[in-house]
Design a protein around this ligand. Structure first.
Ligand code: FE
Length: 184
């Protein structure tokens, strides 16, 4: 039986969100900035939810007291997407699952992309398999949700601004409720 609720998810960010995301911002600041960027660009609700929750897998790493260790990435994207299937449809979980693949795709296909990544992202890229081969790129593009994952990835790369004023966590609760599979 599914016992996880939207309130539980909000609570996880309250409990663990003040831990570092990277050199610059906290987990919750990063999540909120990604959601704000998605909204500013007019993304659909499911994709705003994915932007907000895409790194929830890092919270599990923190909970296990490992910290978000980018050198030994514990496949936070899969762990996060798996967890979110309890509450959200594929339209939310696919971009979450694919957001690391999207980085590998973009490093393979956009000449300047890699050099514009933060230090932490460049470091984790190696642990995540590095740039995709042309075959991997073609396979990636054929997956449902890959284009949303690429959009999410760009917000992910920019949601690292120190001290940016963005809407608070609680303001996203109604949207999360709306897109969740338990919504009426
Ligand atoms: Fe991220």
């Amino acid at each position: 039986m599914n016992t996880t609720t939207i309130d539980d998810i909000i609570g996880m960010y309250r409990t663990w969100g003040e831990e570092r995301y990277d050199e610059e911002v906290t987990q919750v600041a990063h999540a909120l900035q990604c959601a704000a960027l998605a909204r500013t660009e007019g993304a659909e609700d499911h994709l705003i939810a994915a932007a907000l929750l895409h790194d929830i897998g890092h919270l599990f790493e923190i909970e296990r007291a490992n910290g978000p260790d980018h050198r030994t990435d514990l496949r936070h994207e899969s762990a996060g997407a798996e967890f979110l299937t309890q509450l959200f449809p594929e339209a939310v979980t696919s971009p979450v699952r694919l957001h690391v693949s999207a980085k590998r795709y973009l490093t393979a296909t956009e000449p300047d992309y890699r050099s514009r990544l933060s230090e932490g992202s460049q470091r984790s890229l190696r642990a995540q398999g590095g740039p995709m081969t042309p075959e991997e790129c073609a396979q990636f593009l054929a997956i449902d949700g890959s284009s949303d994952a690429i959009r999410l990835r760009r917000w992910d790369d920019h949601g690292k601004v120190v001290g940016l004023d963005v809407p608070a966590l609680e303001t996203w609760a109604p949207l999360l409720q709306r897109v969740s599979v338990t919504a009426d």
